[in-house]
Design a protein around this ligand. Structure first.
Ligand SMILES: [Zn+2]
Length: 200
């Protein structure tokens, strides 16, 4: 294994975790977009992006979530981290991150981290309208105006479409496992889970 992952647990607030085992955690300014940014040796300012990629073994790269889906990407010579909420998913952030990374290293594996599961993620018709053209099979209608959305499922499809052959799902839901991880839907607080990865 050429990587290490870190997932914070309550009561720690991921926002407060600035370093892990003496190495800094680089986080982007998350904007619910589809942009990918490379963290090089001289990256000092946090980029505005929802996916980071690095080949620097001296840093962790991480994202904050509370129901959104964090995705870890593992390549031969680089690692990546993705923050995919519904907006980023619609913009293809996971697909974009794998495509970006694939330009210089093969993405061997992706890991779906702690995020809302399809049984817990109830959405209204507006989201169905936005997604239905490409992703209708990931919705389950529960009433006239309400649907359950499998956000992890859509991201797995994006990862495999981008060429990732091995996708592991930790099967941890921020709402089902709310004793351990933060859920914005349940708690409405600013506290977040940090998901971070490092290349070894
Ligand atoms: Zn759940």
């Amino acid at each position: 294994m050429n990587y290490e992952i870190f997932i914070s647990k309550k009561p720690a607030d991921g926002r407060e975790i600035k370093e892990i085992d003496g190495l800094p955690v680089i986080r982007p300014i998350q904007v619910h977009g589809g942009e990918v940014s490379f963290v090089g040796r001289r990256t000092l300012k946090p980029p505005r992006a929802d996916a980071l990629i690095t080949d620097n073994r001296e840093v962790w790269i991480g994202v904050l979530t509370a129901d959104c889906i964090p995705i870890f990407l593992i390549g031969e010579e680089a690692v990546g981290i993705v923050h995919a909420g519904w907006r980023g998913t619609l913009k293809g952030v996971a697909f974009n991150a794998v495509s970006y990374m694939s330009r210089f290293t093969k993405v061997k594996k992706a890991i779906i981290g702690v995020g809302v599961c399809k049984k817990c993620y109830e959405v209204k018709r507006d989201l169905w309208e936005l997604f239905k053209e490409r992703y209708s099979s990931f919705f389950e209608r529960v009433s006239e105006d309400r649907f359950l959305l499998d956000l992890k499922g859509i991201n797995k499809l994006q990862l495999s479409s981008a060429g990732v052959e091995e996708i592991e799902d930790l099967n941890l839901c921020s709402m089902c496992n709310n004793d351990l991880y933060y859920s914005y839907r349940k708690e409405k607080t600013e506290k977040r889970t940090l998901s971070a990865i490092r290349l070894l």
